[in-house]
Design a protein around this ligand. Structure first.
Ligand SMILES: *Cc1c(COP(=O)(O)O)cnc(C)c1O
Length: 370
């Protein structure tokens, strides 16, 4: 029986365990806290998750995206194709380097970039495609890479929500010119704050290392103009602890999702594309017919924490509106529909078997709410 007095199951729960605390204290006591050996070790170890590519750690996922676009030399006059159905950071990174985001619709099943729409959006100004592996589901990288190769475009994967996701056995972050990960507390693994760029291109990796550190490899021998986007050794030590737990956590997320798939009948459960390995950063259902907000209220009453990622597509956010205050030239029906229908339910590793039964029961009740 679903009780009203039970404690709420939170929609996300970042882990800061004894091992993370011990790692942070160890680095703090060493007195060497800025970018150093822990960052180097974290980069080396993270490489295993991205098929051995070079990894460059930075201070956030947004910095990873921004620095990558800078390193590739993109700026004013350039267009980057990006989904509007994402966190604003995906497009902010493009605007921060002075380039123009070109918003493209999603495939309704995966919630990720529609490759046919990408192909139709390419112009002579297009320099890159920035697919987002939303909710932990890999974008259709095979078809997106084919479009990129045909037009000679860079591909910057936004893998902020998808550590360990894969398509046909190949991990995200190992398809494009570069992959960008986030270690924000609510992501599948964290380093308090942090980010990582993966790339097969050694020259690009070197440029990223320069750009994150004032353009220096040797101290005071600045080679280019750079920023300070370094990760601290404290953050890296925490990230290393989390990285070791990631495989187990991912399996738990996948098992939790499988159980919810089997039990939820009153809402549309998230489909998984052929050959895709979904890592369920979010478990996102749809409630169509304008009943989403009523369903959310019912879930909350039943003690099931929930969230909408994202209620407003990026092209409808204030900084992205045209000068006349309207959402520019974009026609993105699947994006608008998803924004009106989605609810994310708790799927994180701290959700218990009993919680899962409660979540499914509540979802089945809430699915009929109006
Ligand atoms: C979290 C996130 C980012 C940004 O990462 P930060 O570490 O918060 O800067 C970028 N893109 C997506 C899709 C995200 O979810």
């Amino acid at each position: 029986m679903v009780g009203l007095t039970t404690e709420e199951i939170p929609p996300a729960r970042p882990v800061i365990g004894e091992a993370e605390i011990a790692a942070a204290v160890r680095v703090l006591r060493s007195g060497r806290v800025a970018q150093g050996p822990e960052v180097a070790a974290f980069e080396e170890e993270f490489g295993e998750l991205v098929a051995g590519r070079h990894c460059v750690a930075v201070n956030s996922g947004t910095s990873a995206l921004q620095l990558t676009l800078m390193a590739l030399g993109f700026g004013p006059g350039d267009e980057v194709i990006v989904p509007s159905f994402s966190f604003a950071a995906s497009a902010n990174a493009i605007r921060l380097v002075g380039a123009r985001p070109v918003f493209v619709d999603i495939e309704p099943g995966s919630f990720c970039l529609d490759p046919a729409a990408v192909a139709a959006a390419v112009t002579h100004r297009t320099v890159a495609i920035l697919p987002v592996h939303l909710y932990g589901h890999p974008a259709a990288m095979d078809r997106i890479m084919a479009v990129a190769d045909r037009h000679g475009l860079a591909v910057v994967e936004d893998a902020a929500q998808a550590h360990g996701a894969a398509l046909a056995g190949r991990p995200v972050g190992a398809f494009g010119t570069a992959g960008c990960f986030s270690f924000y507390p609510t992501k599948n693994m964290h380093s308090l704050e942090g980010g990582m760029v993966s790339t097969a291109d050694g020259e690009l990796a070197r440029t990223l290392r320069l750009l994150r550190n004032q353009g220096m490899e040797q101290r005071y021998a600045n080679e280019i103009v750079g920023a300070n986007m370094r990760m601290t050794d404290v953050a890296a030590a925490i990230g290393r602890v989390q990285l070791r737990q990631l495989p187990e956590w991912t399996e738990q997320r996948r098992a939790n999702a499988k159980l919810l798939d089997a039990r939820i009948t009153g809402m549309v459960t998230p489909p998984v594309a052929d050959a895709a390995r979904h890592v369920y950063h979010q478990y996102t259902v749809r409630v169509p017919g304008g009943r989403r907000d009523a369903a959310r209220r019912r879930l909350t009453e039943l003690g099931v924490g929930n969230a909408v990622h994202y209620p407003t597509p990026i092209h409808r956010l204030r900084p992205y509106l045209a000068e006349d205050g309207r959402p520019g030239p974009w026609e993105l029906p699947e994006t608008d529909r998803a924004a009106a229908e989605v609810i994310s339910l708790p799927v994180h590793p701290a959700v218990s078997q009993q919680d899962l039964e409660r979540i499914a029961e509540a979802a089945n009740l809430a699915g009929g709410a109006r």
